[in-house]
Design a binder for this molecule. Structure first.
Ligand code: ZN
Length: 501
């Protein structure tokens, strides 16, 4: 075996353990009986430990070194080595003792958070959240010491969005906040009420599933390499480019969460189905970042799914699926796909206000990590921030600071990836529109292949060979910016609400 083969064979083993865990997690969310919870948790924690052991095995580090010596002028092997080293440094940076304490505190925090949320009682969650924050700081310091990033928050962010920095986000999300907040306020002040009746009524689950399946298949989601199941929270999970699964959850009286949820997850899944098979099970054969992942879901859900062009194709199929909708027109439906309503709950937010929910979390969590805010101050800080950004104020911590699972899971630095995804989606779609001859016309006739091919070529085929920043700049000709997203929102808001800002 050549030194490169030895290195890649070890890497394939690590990937296989991850895939096995992912299958078990998929089963846990879709099929497993409630009684399986404890046993499944134990199995998953053994697999996570096993994967960590393989990743930090000195024999792997040696194999990487030997492959590096042999790489010569092979740029792909060179990139494999660089990416593998980074993953190994990251996994080895956190001492075993801290890793064990983190796992213990996180699992305790999840249980306490669930109860505190049900009781609307922040004070019972505060002590364990303090532990999570303190351990996240320790973890970040260990990562900084290992050279993963320069600053604490950057080190945490790096796990989800490699290479991104707090400084970069302060500019990007600050811009978003400064321009989005007045836009949302102008919509609220306008008093315009959108007629949402074309999107509401009675939508049988079987008909929603059939329409969602037709749409996902037409976009390019490959059902031969995937499947669609029900789950409490929709998600995508891939075990290999040949098996990438999605889930959904319908609402009986509103077709939007079901259909747009399927388009969203299909977008995530087409990215993973499009990862290069020759890089499968290697350090380069995965998605580059959560922000880029989210850009793929948002692009199909929003830029495509909420466009007039898409509905010219989709409306007859919609009307066929749901009897009694014959009088619905694209013009009547369009405003109901672009409502702007400030609300308290992130996961129910529309495409405009969603990013302000993210800005709020980013501003709060970076102060937590910097130590300029105490856990005890969070409920008031949360409510004040919502008041300022969205003009709404929670009356209960259940709809406020306790609504998300992320901090209880120790996932600090995760939220910004959602906003990055929205910005990248708009920027990529603009570039694709410029590159593809009559893209709206293609979409209106149900020909989604040119767009998918453009994404395959500019995003999917790279795996992790380019950084997220490089990928965006190469695909669009300019660095990531909030301008295309803000233009997109201004256009739809002018169209639907008659407001120009
Ligand atoms: Zn997503």
């Amino acid at each position: 075996m050549s030194s490169a083969d030895t290195f890649l064979a070890r890497w394939a083993d690590i990937t296989a353990i991850g895939s096995a865990a992912a299958v078990l997690s998929w089963d846990q969310e879709t099929k497993m009986p409630a009684g399986g919870q404890a046993g499944r948790g134990q199995t998953l924690s053994v697999l996570a430990g096993l994967q960590h052991d393989h990743l930090t095995d000195p024999a792997l580090a040696e194999a990487i070194d030997r492959a590096s010596d042999a790489a010569g002028d092979d740029p792909v092997l060179d990139a494999q080595v660089r990416m593998a080293r980074r993953d190994v440094v990251r996994a080895s940076a956190v001492p075993g003792d801290l890793a064990r304490r983190m796992a213990e505190v996180r699992s305790r925090a999840l249980g306490v958070w669930q109860q505190a949320r049900a009781d609307a009682d922040f004070s019972s969650f505060a002590p364990v959240l303090t532990d999570v924050v303190e351990m996240s700081k320790e973890q970040a310091d260990a990562l900084v010491a290992a050279g993963i990033a320069e600053h604490r928050y950057d080190a945490l962010l790096d796990e989800y969005e490699p290479g991104a920095t707090e400084a970069q986000l302060v500019t990007l999300l600050g811009d978003l906040r400064d321009q989005l907040s007045p836009l949302v306020k102008a919509v609220t002040d306008s008093g315009v009420v959108i007629d949402e009746s074309p999107a509401t009524g009675s939508f049988a689950e079987a008909a929603q599933l059939e329409l969602g399946t037709v749409v996902a298949g037409a976009l390019g989601y490959d059902f031969e390499s995937g499947r669609l199941d029900l789950s409490a929270h929709p998600f995508t999970t891939g075990f290999d480019p040949g098996d990438v699964r999605i889930t959904w959850r319908p609402e009986p009286d509103d077709f939007r969460p079901g259909l747009f949820g399927i388009m969203h997850e299909a977008g995530h899944a087409m990215y993973e189905q499009g990862l290069p098979t020759e890089l499968a099970r290697t350090p380069l054969g995965a998605a580059v970042s959560l922000g880029i992942h989210e850009s793929q879901s948002r692009l199909w859900e929003n830029q495509v799914g909420r466009s007039r062009a898409f509905w010219e194709w989709a409306l007859p199929r919609f009307q066929q699926a749901f009897p009694g909708t014959d009088s619905v027109t694209v013009e009547a439906l369009f405003p109901a796909l672009h409502t702007v309503t400030p609300s308290l709950i992130r996961v129910e937010a529309d495409e405009a206000t969603y990013n302000l929910h993210i800005v709020a979390r980013f501003e709060i969590e970076r102060q937590l990590i910097a130590g300029s805010v105490e856990v005890a101050d969070l409920p008031d800080l949360w409510n004040d921030t919502y008041d300022e950004l969205l003009g709404v104020r929670p009356t209960s911590v259940t709809d406020g600071v306790l609504q998300d699972i992320h901090w209880a899971m120790g996932a600090i630095g995760y939220f910004p990836t959602y906003a990055i995804g929205n910005l990248v989606a708009a920027q990529l779609f603009d570039a694709a529109t410029g590159a593809i001859d009559d893209l709206p016309g293609r979409i209106a006739s149900g020909d989604f292949a040119p767009l998918l091919e453009w994404l395959r070529d500019n995003v999917h085929r790279h795996g992790r060979a380019l950084s997220a920043d490089e990928l965006v700049e190469r695909a669009t000709g300019v660095p990531l910016s909030s301008a295309p997203f803000l233009d997109y929102l201004r256009t739809t808001t002018a169209d639907v609400y008659g407001i120009r800002l």
